[in-house]
Design a protein around this ligand. Structure first.
Ligand code: NAI
Length: 477
């Protein structure tokens, strides 16, 4: 079999960009991306795509209607496909056994049942979603228990390593592509088909074939290692603030060791995004279920440290503002979990803002890409607060950062958008309340320059002067 027709179930942050790049690089393959959400599919077929990713618009524009199609007709796309990616969401469970930690596989299971129901002939089913190790076994079980005569399946694991904000670049030049399959002639043939697709643009030495279970676990392990680096440098940042060391200097020094490397050593207000937290918790849950309690405790610390870092920053803001933010206006720059995306899932900004709102602060929020409704719903959802009506009155969303700072007591930077580095902070200072504070949770501003302007400046992992107000933030430092 040579794959001519690919279907992807799930037109989200992974399915959309991944399949757009496959369509772009493989003009000989028809790619159909399907989703239950009518709104999302309509957006993919419009001028305003449902997600913001640098370079994505151009790729979609070139392929849409040529060999790339977005639709809600899941049955037809599955029936016609030789190879089906499952790229649906796998959030942490919000109910029942493993609540808050185990991955919720209900969407994956629905996809498997749908494929079993409508498939004809031979299909290669590819897990693209991040799943617990051995999830492929459950998919294969559902498929084989519902197989009709003349229908056969092979299940592969092909986890996605793209990072939001650089998805297109990551997809075009992946460090590696993992393809996990069954150790049988049929399994190897299926691995060969998927390898052939990637070969259109990925060099052979970057395509790693391995066992299905190793492939599934490698994805969870990779995210756990990345998150661990962030938590490690953040733990050091707390030590820096308490001792007078500078975390940027420490990170530079540590990262120069070629065994350690310099990437992912940027201290900040914490990691966010839809993956790190849920994948870590999933790993912890799997370890616990396997009675590997020491392993579970080890990885749990990575997420505990992240929570500590976010809380510490929020408390430090309050401490510096004379121990109260009630009725004070704070201009918040950035709400997305990182720059170059409009995604707010698990964003540290959500957490810090919620903390400040619970303390009665008025927040003037500006983000270049996050929509007003998204910010409002993130901060007023029942998960974020137990008093949504009161909180709603405290939130003000701005489309102009210069308007957001008028009469503000402080600027709080929570996302590392490049444009924040280029603002006229002198002009901003002139319309702010005095003393004016600037809290840089991402370490992107020229701190000396803004201090020279007259801002009282605070950042992560660095103390600017001895005996500053920083001390008033109390035991947390
Ligand atoms: P998403 O929430 O953006 O997209 C998932 C899509 O699947 C939604 O549009 C939803 O409507 C659709 N869907 C759910 N059940 C369906 C069903 N039964 N039939 C048809 N469509 C259905 O999720 P995202 O971010 O794309 O993540 C997908 C998977 O990829 C997750 O397992 C995630 O952990 C993993 N991943 C995510 C990365 C990211 O940066 N967002 C990076 C690498 C992996």
């Amino acid at each position: 079999m040579v794959v001519k027709n690919v279907c992807c179930i799930g037109a989200g942050y992974v399915g959309g960009p991944t399949c757009s790049v496959i369509a772009w690089k493989c003009p000989d393959i028809q790619v159909h991306v399907v989703d239950v959400s009518q709104v999302r599919i309509k957006q993919w077929n419009s001028d305003k795509l449902p997600i913001y990713e640098p370079g994505l618009d151009e790729v979609v524009k070139e392929c849409l209607g040529r060999n790339l199609f977005f639709s809600n007709d899941i049955d037809q796309a599955v029936r016609e496909a030789d190879l089906i990616f499952i790229s649906v969401n796998t959030p942490s469970k919000t109910y029942g056994i493993g609540k808050g930690r185990a991955a919720d596989l209900k969407h994956i299971e629905l996809c498997a049942r749908k494929i079993a129901e409508v498939a004809e002939g031979h299909k290669i089913v590819v897990e693209k979603s991040t799943v617990p190790v051995r999830a492929a076994e459950s998919i294969a079980h559902i498929l084989s228990a519902n197989t009709k005569p003349g229908v056969s399946f092979q299940v592969l694991s092909n986890p996605e390593f793209l990072a939001e904000g650089t998805a297109i670049e990551n997809l075009l030049n992946p460090d590696r592509v993992l393809i996990g399959g069954e150790e049988s002639a049929e399994g190897e043939a299926a691995v060969g088909e998927l390898t052939w697709i990637y070969h259109h643009w990925v060099p052979q030495h970057n395509i790693i074939t391995l066992s299905t279970w190793s492939s599934e676990l490698s994805k969870l392990a990779s995210n756990a290692f990345l998150a661990q680096r962030v938590s490690s440098i953040n733990a050091i940042s707390a030590l820096c603030e308490a001792t007078g060391a500078d975390v940027s200097q420490v990170a530079h020094a540590v990262g120069k060791d070629s065994r350690i490397g310099s990437k992912f050593l940027q201290a900040s207000v914490g990691f966010g995004g839809s993956c790190f937290q849920k994948d870590l918790l999933n790993l912890v849950y799997i370890a616990e279920c396997l009675n590997l309690h020491e392993v579970a405790t080890y990885w749990q610390q990575v997420t505990d440290m992240n929570e500590y870092q976010r809380t510490r920053f929020a408390k430090r803001i309050i401490g510096c503002l004379f121990n109260t933010v009630t009725d004070k206006t704070l201009a918040v720059f950035g709400f997305a979990f990182k720059k170059n995306t409009g995604d707010t899932r698990e964003s540290p900004a959500r957490f810090v803002c919620s903390h400040l709102l619970e303390e009665g602060a008025r927040l003037n929020i500006y983000d270049p890409k996050v929509e007003r409704q998204q910010i409002e719903s993130d901060l007023t959802s029942t998960r974020a607060t137990n008093d949504p009506e009161r909180i709603e009155k405290l939130i003000h969303i701005y489309t102009d950062p210069y308007q957001a700072v008028i009469d503000a007591h402080a600027i709080v930077i929570l996302t590392e958008w490049d444009e924040f580095k280029t603002y006229d902070y002198k002009k901003m200072l002139s319309v702010m309340k005095k003393p004016a504070f600037l809290f840089d949770g991402r370490k992107i501003i020229d701190h000396q320059a803004v201090m020279n302007l007259g801002y009282h400046t605070e950042t992560i992992g660095k103390r600017f002067t001895r005996n500053t107000l920083l001390r008033s933030s109390g035991a947390d430092l």
